[in-house]
Design a protein around this ligand. Structure first.
Ligand SMILES: [Zn+2]
Length: 380
């Protein structure tokens, strides 16, 4: 189906409602693992807007099936409900004439709201889709959510899944079409510790951890072709008091790559550093807290066709060229399972993952235009 004048009018008429939907969603704090309230809100919204068969699954994904029969091919559209902020009380929301300010306002609240408004157009008119469609407000995209919502959806529908599109990100012309895989760890160092004066000379867990971090930062990242590989120690903690030789210290460490071989090389380097320290007799506990796979076995022609479709919508809506990226998104899961997937943005803003996050309101009609154009392609 083509993008029509009626759709342009619909986008225009929906803007006030869209902004209110973003305000309402922002008021529901949604750390990864606590998606229930926002999920309930989305389910009600979908039902009040005429969607049938909406349900919340065991990991708090909201699933809205459309034209799904026993065995038709499925296309999944999704935007995530969780945010990186641990707050369980409503977070501050501020607005000016051209911006909304709130943690999570773009990532992924505005993307989710735009998707909801856009799918309503097709659902309320009972339009005929080419495939079975699954619209999902999914859980667990951020950090420690470890993509659990998307994993559950791919597990349930993967065999019938033709492709998956997720709306995420804060740059309207950005499209993610390559998966950055990552491994994330909590590493705990334990030593005998002791009194800082009377036991001076005993091993200090903080000192051991610091030296280990030093070694991790001496690693030269592997490179295959134009691959990109990075690492980061994002958090440290430990110790007891100023006059105690620390018995325990902990860090969160991750490495990422868009190339599977590089990811494996990084894993070997990490493991060899850990065993080198274990060999000195300190106790080191390694807990894997995240595992995002790279792509594997995706049909390149179909992936390219999906990307071309998205790129065309960006061009038509914005009159600028799309910029194609690698990224760590919900797409990692379908891509690792051989299912074509891309991530598009339905809004523009800045300060993602900080409390200064802001949404440019002027981007909303444009985001709607990209999204409507794209979804329309799946209707007859
Ligand atoms: Zn996100």
């Amino acid at each position: 189906m083509q993008f029509t004048d009626e759709m342009i009018r619909y986008i225009d008429e929906s803007q006030l409602e869209l902004k209110q939907l973003i305000r309402d969603l922002c008021r529901i704090p949604t750390p990864s693992g606590f998606e229930r309230n926002r999920a309930e809100y989305c389910k009600c919204w979908l039902e009040n807007n005429g969607c049938k068969g909406v349900y919340i699954d065991e990991v708090h994904n909201v699933i809205c099936p459309y034209n799904v029969s026993e065995d038709n091919e499925l296309v999944v559209f999704m935007a995530h409900t969780d945010t990186v902020f641990p707050d369980t009380e409503p977070m501050p929301f501020m607005e000016t004439s051209d911006r909304f300010y709130a943690p999570g306002v773009c990532d992924d609240t505005a993307n989710l709201a735009v998707m909801l408004i856009c799918i309503r157009y097709f659902i309320q008119r009972g339009m005929q889709s080419r495939y079975g469609l699954i619209f999902a407000a999914n859980s667990g995209e951020e950090g420690l959510g470890n993509l659990k919502g998307c994993r559950a959806i791919v597990e349930r529908y993967g065999k019938r899944m033709r492709e998956l599109i997720t709306f995420d990100g804060v740059k309207l012309n950005a499209i993610v079409s390559r998966a950055v895989g990552s491994h994330r760890y909590r590493v705990t160092v334990r030593t005998e510790g002791g009194h800082s004066f009377s036991n001076f000379g005993n091993r200090n867990a903080i000192h051991v951890l610091a030296s280990m971090i030093e070694m991790l930062y001496d690693v030269k990242v592997p490179r295959v072709g134009n691959s990109q590989t990075t690492y980061n120690v994002g958090k440290i903690s430990g110790g007891t008091s100023v006059n105690t030789i620390a018995q325990e210290a902990q860090m969160l460490y991750e490495y990422r790559s868009d190339n599977n071989c590089c990811l494996e090389t990084m894993q070997r380097m990490f493991e060899s550093i850990v065993s080198a320290y274990r060999a000195t007799g300190v106790e080191i506990e390694v807990e894997k807290i995240g595992d995002r796979p790279c792509a594997a076995g995706v049909d390149q022609e179909r992936q390219q066709a999906l990307l071309d479709n998205a790129a065309e919508c960006v061009r038509d809506a914005l009159s600028i060229e799309p910029s194609i990226h690698s990224g760590s998104t919900d797409c990692n899961i379908p891509l690792a399972n051989g299912i074509p997937a891309i991530c598009m943005s339905a809004c523009q803003g800045s300060g993602c993952h900080t409390r200064e996050e802001e949404l440019e309101l002027s981007s909303l009609p444009l985001g709607c235009s990209i999204t409507m154009r794209f979804i329309a392609k799946y209707f007859v």
